[in-house]
Design a protein around this ligand. Structure first.
Ligand SMILES: *[C@@H]1O[C@H](CO)[C@@H](O)[C@H](O)[C@H]1NC(C)=O
Ligand SMILES: *[C@@H]1O[C@H](CO)[C@@H](O)[C@H](O)[C@H]1NC(C)=O
Ligand SMILES: *[C@@H]1O[C@H](CO)[C@@H](O)[C@H](O)[C@H]1NC(C)=O
Ligand SMILES: *[C@@H]1O[C@H](CO)[C@@H](O)[C@H](O)[C@H]1NC(C)=O
Length: 495
């Protein structure tokens, strides 16, 4: 059944694609394939067995319209169905499963003074089931879902949160570190900082653009470094694991060959990826110079007494620099960048601090996520740029995937995966980039934040109308299984 289906769609797929985006090379023998999820997006059981409230619980209960009157209260009910999920993973044949811990399930108040044993047991059981089935856990400590009591003291812009995060990280390493060898401190910290404390459409919904977003990032970068050093000093020698932070970026391509457009695209990359990556991954550490200079200059013109971008001390720069064992990247799409006139001085904002124009080419193929056009060549370009900018790190792709309406016959997702995987191969073989793993977002259709349940990313369909939340494999799931077995993203590869 598996093989017959596979050949049906591969034949269809080959006849549709003549665009030169395909590579018929095999992935290296030790290359790792996996899938990803996150606690709030799949677990449900939002207030069961002693779990505390987090910022997404609060935000969507108080502002239900923000996600089209949908939320993660039940989601895929993976809190109860995790053993079924492990069987789905086993069928795919993945090497790893990336999931996140719900901080509020383990520490209902956010603080370590109260540990919820039922929450600890849930993750212990999940991790044991993974290990028994030969699936390596990649664990994210915070995937957007900050405990509400820590928001009540100001959330990430409050520097004290680095201490509370450090307590939680130490507890997680203690509880789970015998079986978990790959840790990720934060998922895409740009999102809660920029959307939550800049534009104001993620929790806590503060529109403090150009100020709160930078403060939020400043604490998160320091909190990440704390967790890294705790792991390094207290756990590494016994547990022998690895730790990193998951950063996301689009590829930003200059819209022309002009020096102005090239400079604008690089500035956009530095403000987006470099903001978090430079302090951690760049040999010099600290924020990118272009951010330091531009935000200082605009702040001055706006009448502030000092830059809106907080400063790291020399000691902090040294403490943060190099706090990674691999570089973990989420990437989905590409934008074009035009040079523009400097935005007028007025209300501060991150966009004005950059002062460029970004857009997607109308001829690109869209997806159900309106901002995420399919641009496979952007994958090779972003990997090569990171390789060159950050001194040839090991790169682990922790998310990449495609949203549609949820059909089982998802040939467009197969096209997407084969083309993006081909561009990973081009980065490895043509550009010498050290990519060691790839992770599909997502294992199952799930709650996609403000898109609710409308954007379906799963290799398995979830029937959200059935009381059972029945999971059914899609054709892309069969395709991915074949990629994992053959190491080849198209029908045949060179040996
Ligand atoms: C970007 O610049 C190109 C010319 O280089 C122009 O054709 C296009 O309209 C510009 N797009 C935007 C969104 O400004
Ligand atoms: C890639 O990174 C891994 C882990 O750091 C290292 O062992 C390996 O030698 C690197 N490979 C290349 C081709 O640089
Ligand atoms: C899936 O859809 C494609 C394109 O719409 C079609 O050619 C193919 O026959 C379908 N496959 C199955 C198994 O329904
Ligand atoms: C519910 O799910 C279980 C496990 O997948 C399955 O065995 C059972 O048949 C399903 N029940 C219904 C009513 O779909």
């Amino acid at each position: 059944m598996k093989l017959i289906l596979f050949y049906c769609f591969v034949l269809g797929f080959l006849s549709r694609n003549t665009n030169g985006d395909l590579a018929n090379k095999k992935f290296p023998e030790n290359f790792r394939f996996g899938v990803a999820t996150a606690a709030y997006q799949i677990e449900g059981a939002w207030n069961e067995d002693g779990k505390g409230e987090n910022v997404w619980d609060r935000f969507l209960h108080e502002n239900p319209f923000m996600a089209g009157y949908q939320n993660g209260d039940v989601a895929c009910d993976s809190y109860h169905k995790y053993l079924e999920d492990v069987q789905l993973l086993k069928y795919l044949g993945v090497n790893h499963y990336r999931f996140s811990l719900s901080w509020s399930r383990i520490l209902p108040t956010g603080y370590v003074n109260q540990v919820n044993q039922a929450g600890v047991d849930y993750y212990k059981n999940l991790i044991s089931a993974l290990v028994e089935n030969g699936i390596e856990p990649f664990v994210t400590l915070v995937h957007f879902d900050l405990p509400q009591p820590l928001q009540d003291i100001g959330g990430w812009p409050n520097p004290q949160l680095a201490d509370y995060f450090a307590d939680y990280a130490r507890l997680a390493f203690t509880l789970f570190g015998d079986d978990v060898k790959n840790w990720m401190t934060f998922n895409e910290p740009k999102q809660p900082c920029q959307y939550g404390h800049g534009y104001g459409y993620f929790p806590p919904g503060y529109a403090t653009d150009g100020i709160g977003d930078y403060l939020c990032a400043h604490t998160i970068i320091k909190a990440h470094a704390r967790a890294y050093h705790i792991y390094d000093e207290e756990f590494r020698s016994q547990q022998n694991g690895r730790i990193s932070i998951v950063l996301d970026t689009y590829w930003y391509e200059p819209s022309s060959d002009s020096d102005e457009d090239k400079e604008a695209a690089e500035r956009q990359r530095q403000f987006t990826f470099g903001w978090f990556a430079n302090p951690i991954y760049h040999p010099d550490g600290n924020y990118p110079q272009v951010m330091i200079d531009r935000i200082a200059e605009r702040s001055k013109q706006e009448g502030f007494s000092k830059s809106r971008l907080p400063e790291f001390t020399t000691d902090e720069i040294e403490y943060i620099k190099g706090t990674y064992d691999f570089l973990s990247l989420n990437t989905y799409s590409t934008y074009l960048v035009n040079w523009t006139e400097e935005y007028p001085i007025g209300n501060p904002s991150w966009d004005a601090d950059i002062s460029v124009t970004t857009y997607q080419d109308p001829s690109w193929i869209g997806s159900t996520s309106p901002t995420l056009d399919i641009v496979p060549w952007g994958m090779q370009k972003v990997l090569s740029w990171i390789d060159q900018t950050y001194n040839h790190p090991e790169i682990f792709i922790s998310e990449n995937g495609y949203a549609d309406n949820g059909d089982l016959n998802d040939s467009q997702r197969i096209d997407f995966l084969s083309q993006y995987l081909s561009n990973v191969l081009l980065a490895i073989f043509d550009d010498g980039v050290n990519v060691t793993g790839y992770t599909v977002w997502s294992l199952i259709d799930n709650f996609e934040w403000l898109l609710g349940y409308t954007a379906k990313y799963g290799l398995y369909q979830v029937d959200f109308d059935s009381p059972n939340l029945t999971r059914t494999i899609k054709e892309s799931g069969e395709y991915y299984n074949n990629v994992i077995v053959t190491k080849c993203p198209v029908d045949t590869c060179e040996d």
